[in-house]
Write a protein that binds this ligand. Structure first.
Ligand code: MTE
Ligand code: LUZ
Ligand code: MOS
Length: 768
């Protein structure tokens, strides 16, 4: 089944927020945002801007009709700065004008007086000053302190990971339109229509039933629009509420990069203990999350870091503590993996440190400690593990031993280019860690011509969820997919939605769709049984025809649907699904939070140019646990995209804030994401297809986020390549591993005379 969007995408006919035809009288909004990261807001002068040509009004916090508050988990985030500014890019005023150009040029005429206050950008500095978003949390299993005393080997270290810009191709934006009786319809580029509805309701002071949110599709979200689409929708809706005119705001790329939060940087300490057989006996970590200036989703992200800080390994004694630290950066937010990748980077750094010191390959330690079915994770959940299966299949299929030998030969004969490899096994929990969010609804209507429309809470953002919803309907009814349409995501059709996130969208909304379709199917089968004088148990529908036992009848889908309508039996259903069996007790930090886990193993091969520090990712070969994929083409696309996004985070994407909290990497000229040349030359994906029962839709496991974590392998492969050039190098666990860092690490540990490159040059080798 092809992605149902590919036709209109290819022809440029898909409708994104900026493609919506504008109504007459539409106003254009533009934000004036804080130029200072922390300070006391003394005055705002909008006089010149208001006199500017085409300007209708300028809004500040004083104009808010409801509450000046958009915090989701914690109410700590004003929509407009009132008495203080907390980060560069914080909205202070909104200009409304007849044209986009008029709005943006008037923004430049706004003047503010801000008394600067001290700026914190480092999470450890924030923690030292007790600037915490929530109290720290600790996950514990066994007794790590006692276990370390009996370990043969104990190593300590620290690691750092940087943030990541989402760089969805479609920037943030919203378009609000007044309806009759005070209703406001908002088109929003959001992953969370209900979150937007709540924020608009709170800021305008209107009840939620006055607010209709509609989402056709996003040009990417990647977590950046799970919470942070609220701001722009709230601004536009407030402006519509006040002016009674349609209001549109579509951010420019630089506005988006400057004003929105990103993946969380973390700074972490670790301690790892192994016995002489290289079994990991104990692990401790303390990690400091850079939350930015407000909570946003940081507490939930921090929680997932704790859930995934032992990755796919069984470690009997664990103590992991996390701090969510308030700094003066834009509030950081969800990003594919949601804190999980940051947690996994810590344990992988600890294993690499142990491997360096013990003179073994990290993969020897990794393999020995993989989870077995029945093993317990530090949060109390016992796993059904595919870790060994994925590892074994990857190592056999791609011949890991041969790859290692080829690498040794290459490195022995190439003085100026060195290869490195790393194996990256992953384990990712599927479900929102906040149990209550694991619910979804679907509305299915069958029309009298036999065509079907389905609405769910799922938002299509390129991941192919609409195609999967359509497949659920087609398979359940056994009808031609061409009969089915998927509606836009709309809070008037589907209420109280969880955001499209946590990779769980197809599972949750697919199961709700399945429930709705099954209910309709049962009713029409009863009608068919009466028509055909047969028992309901003997009725089935295959390829649009009714069968009695194995015998095809003349009764087809069209006739059956029409008969059902004539008999005054409902052809509509609203299905509700909530994941069974999951729970989590935050007082003990134990439970069974995940419906299931997704596993996989990747092998990453890289080549470093040891004169320049530049590198290429030669290949990533992986075996991924799909369960039983319902759409291999879409799922493969998710793996390729997630992998390359993860490689970007770990290698070349470098966010730079200066000490004043100003974003320096604020455009695509200074922030580089992987292009076709920096993507792996070869990506091989093999399926671990299992028939085991699980809670995934049609047993097709969630695939959105887990593959991003294969990208962590690129960091360690580069690190190994550096060590293959300079055995004395001990590159810091400081991601991303940019070419500049590679270059410094290649030579960092040696003085000039002993420099391996100099030695090579003296031998008269050419610099090919
Ligand atoms: N794929 C595309 N093309 N665009 C996106 O924005 N977001 C990712 C992933 N894959 C994303 C994507 C993230 S962060 C998540 S949580 C999942 O898709 C969400 O969709 P799902 O739950 O349907 O997997
Ligand atoms: N969002 C969320 C998420 O609110 N809770 C989660 O557990 C989660 N996990 C991954 C991505 N987004
Ligand atoms: Mo994805 S980070 O759950 O939007």
């Amino acid at each position: 089944m092809k992605n149902i969007d590919s036709y209109t995408h290819t022809r440029g006919e898909s409708i994104y927020l900026d493609d919506i035809s504008l109504l007459q009288g539409t106003l254009f909004a533009a934000c004036f945002d804080s130029p200072i990261a922390h300070g006391k807001l003394i005055s705002i002068d909008t006089g010149e801007a208001e006199k500017s040509k085409g300007v209708v009004k300028v809004l500040t916090y004083k104009d808010i009709t409801g509450a000046n508050q958009i915090g989701g988990i914690i109410p700590d985030e004003p929509l407009f700065a009132d008495h203080h500014v907390h980060f560069c890019g914080m909205p202070i005023a909104l200009v409304l004008a007849e044209t986009d150009e008029a709005a943006r040029s008037a923004v430049k005429k706004i003047k503010v007086e801000i008394e600067p206050l001290p700026v914190i950008t480092d999470p450890r500095v924030a923690a030292a000053q007790n600037e915490l978003i929530i109290p720290p949390r600790t996950f514990k299993m066994g007794d790590s302190a006692a276990a370390f005393a009996n370990c043969d080997h104990v190593f300590e270290g620290s690691c750092e990971n940087n943030g990541q810009e989402h760089l969805y191709i479609e920037t943030q934006g919203a378009y609000a339109i007044p309806q009759e009786n005070g209703v406001i319809r908002v088109y929003s580029s959001t992953q969370g229509p209900t979150a937007v509805q709540r924020a608009v309701s709170k800021v305008t002071g209107l009840p939620m039933h006055n607010i209709e949110i509609d989402v056709t599709r996003l040009g990417g979200g990647f977590g950046g629009k799970e919470d942070q689409a609220n701001t722009w929708a709230a601004l536009c809706a407030l402006a519509t509420h006040i002016t009674k005119r349609p209001v549109k705001y579509s951010l420019s790329r630089m506005e988006d990069m400057r004003m929105t939060g990103k993946r969380h940087p973390y700074s972490s300490d670790f301690k790892i203990g192994l016995n002489k057989n290289l079994k990991i006996v104990a692990f401790e970590t303390t990690t400091y999350q850079n939350a930015g200036a407000a909570a946003d989703l940081s507490p939930a992200v921090m929680e997932r870091t704790l859930f995934h800080c032992t990755n796919t390994y069984f470690i009997p004694n664990v103590k992991a503590t996390a701090y969510s630290c308030r700094t003066h950066l834009p509030p950081n937010t969800a990003f594919r993996g949601f804190g999980g990748p940051q947690g996994m980077f810590i344990i992988e750094s600890a294993i690499a440190k142990a491997a360096d010191a013990l003179g073994v390959d990290a993969c020897t330690i990794q393999q020995k400690n993989l989870l077995n079915t029945g093993d317990e994770l530090p949060y109390g959940q016992k796993v059904v593990s595919e870790a060994h299966e994925c590892w074994a299949k990857a190592s056999e299929l791609y011949d890991l031993a041969a790859i290692q030998n080829k690498l040794k030969d290459f490195n022995a004969t190439n003085p100026l280019y060195k290869k490195g490899i790393a194996v990256m096994p992953i384990c990712f929990g599927i479900s929102f860690t906040n149990t209550l969010m694991n619910q979804a609804r679907a509305l299915v209507h069958v029309y009298t011509d036999g065509s079907v429309i389905v609405s769910t809470g799922a938002v299509e953002m390129g991941q192919g969820v609409n195609t999967k919803m359509l497949q659920v309907v087609a398979q359940t009814f056994s009808i031609n997919p061409a009969r089915i349409k998927v509606n836009s995501t709309n809070t008037y059709r589907i209420a109280n939605t969880s955001p499209t996130a946590a990779s769980a969208t197809a599972d949750l909304n697919g199961k709700a769709t399945l429930i709705a379709c099954t209910a309709i199917l049962e009713r029409i089968k009863t009608v068919a049984a009466a028509e055909l004088n047969a028992a309901v148990e003997d009725i089935s529908i295959k390829d649009e025809f009714v069968f009695v036992k194995e015998n095809k009848t003349e009764l087809d889908w069209n006739k059956l649907v029409f008969t059902t309508y004539n008999k005054r039996v409902s052809l509509s259903e609203h299905g509700h699904y909530s994941t069974p069996g999951i729970f989590f007790d935050k007082t003990t930090e134990k439970g069974h939070p995940f419906a299931y886990h997704v596993y996989g193993t990747s092998i990453t091969e890289v080549t470093v140019d040891c004169i320049r520090g530049t590198y290429e990712i030669d290949a990533v070969k992986l075996v991924h646990d799909f369960g039983s994929s319902m759409n291999p083409t879409i799922d493969k696309g998710q793996i390729e995209g997630g992998l390359v996004q993860g490689i970007g985070w770990m290698t070349m994407e470098e966010i730079v804030y200066d000490s004043n909290g100003k974003l320096r990497s604020n455009a695509l000229s200074t922030y580089k994401v992987p292009d076709i040349y920096s993507a792996p030359k070869e990506i091989s994906i093999d399926f671990l297809q299992t028939q085991k029962d699980n809670l995934a839709i049609f047993r097709s496991k969630a695939v959105g986020e887990p593959p991003l974590m294969y990208g962590i392998g690129a960091f360690f492969a580069l690190r190994n390549a550096i060590k293959n050039f300079n055995a004395a190098a001990t590159p810091a666990f400081d991601a991303p591993m940019t070419p500049e860092k590679v270059l410094m690490n290649l030579y960092g540990q040696n003085n000039q005379e002993e420099d391996p490159a100099v030695a090579v040059l003296k031998q008269g080798q050419s610099l090919t």
